[in-house]
Write a new protein. Sequence first.
Length: 155
Amino acid sequence: MTGVGRNPGLSASLAAGYDVAISAVYDAAADPFEFYSFAARELVASGVRRIIVVGIYPLLEVSPGVRLIDTPSFPAEHKPFCLGHSAGVDVLRSSLVDWLVMSPVGNFGGEPVGRYGIGAVDPSDTLSYSDFALAVLDEVSQPSFERTQVGIRSA
């Protein structure tokens, strides 16, 4: 969705009428907190039945109730961006819409293998873009998760 944050109502109008909206938005020039909160509010306002967000692994839990971003060793310079993503997830969490955040458990890279797994944070994991896309499309066609965040790993 282009123009999120610069064109109020654009995301809502683009998603309106669909059963599922997949959000993979980014704007390097925007304040992350405002940008991701706004994007989530727009999608919720669209009336779309289900929202799937491409997320980031620092928001995944490394132990019950503790996200990677909340650990003492997490780099401070990455926190604003990650907290921006978290603010968007908080908007979804407070809504009534069916949502899911799907995050690679590590980094994108590697060769496609045509399969994926569900897993915990592993910064050394490399998941191909196409295998991640397969996970997203599988979730669209056969929903398995609701109102949560899941980690997608290489198989």
